[in-house]
Write a protein that binds this ligand. Sequence first.
Ligand code: KPL
Length: 311
Amino acid sequence: MKIVVVGPGAIGCLVAALLAKTKEEVWLLDKESERAKFLDQHGIKIEGLANFEVKIPTTSDPQKIKTADIVIICVKSYDTKKAILHAKALIGDKTIILTLQNGLGNIELINEVLDDERTIGAVTNMGATKLVEGHIRYAGKGETIIGSLDGSIGVSLRDIRELFIRAGIQTRISRDIKSALWSKLIINVGINPLTALTRLPNGKLLVFEGTRLLMSQAVTEAVKVCRRKKIKLLFEDPLSKVEAVCEATATNISSMLQDVLRKKRTEIDAINGVIVRLGQELNVPVPVNSMLVSLVKTLEESYSYTVAEVK
Ligand code: KPL
């Protein structure tokens, strides 16, 4: 089986490395040719919950890989369209496409670009941090949920589950992937921008009154939007769930804080930005999410300022 992971970020590298252990043919596709060369030469090193090194053929040229059986999209949500267009040469009539990304709207966007309905959605609670290029800390073994938008369970879904389980990725199929995606979104809404703005690891958000208050307000707004959309969450008490995730991932540097520390664009638009857009559309007040989006965007826009310029 030929499997291509698109996007060698923390989760992309971790998934590719775990899949490579199944002895299937695994490739990494990167948009950046220099980085692809580096990863191709040096391989991927995993530490933490598993400790191993593996060589994975990596390229920025999809023509070198040709048609794949499975394409797993792990790029940042703002790069989805570009990544699919770049990966088009990999996608044949029978290729299974799976999106393993943060935020909402990725399945729909991929289907739109490919003009079909075959994309499988996934939510993962595995924790991974990129230490340096190709060197990943595997910090949490959470469950991965996969499913199609229409709730049907076909051969592709079963194949992916079987493959992931062989790779040691704890996986189940859901008939309601929207519910899983929204449930993960609520967790990211409550944690990611607050860690990015305060530079605190997840667990420390619970220590301070200010971050606790903003977390509760941001989550309450998001849950109202979710209820208005008649989405059923996977948990009864969303705020307690977000707090429990903070505790379970206490020392994690959230993906958004990792982006800010690297002065990279964040996924704020696909996380709190979605709540703001839908809140406005559905007449649900979302002032705290609006403020968090504005602050994170300001942070991104001011990366290049030096203190002297700010004065
Ligand atoms: O998904 C995450 C992220 O960092 O994006 C959480 C659950 C917040 C773990 O860090």
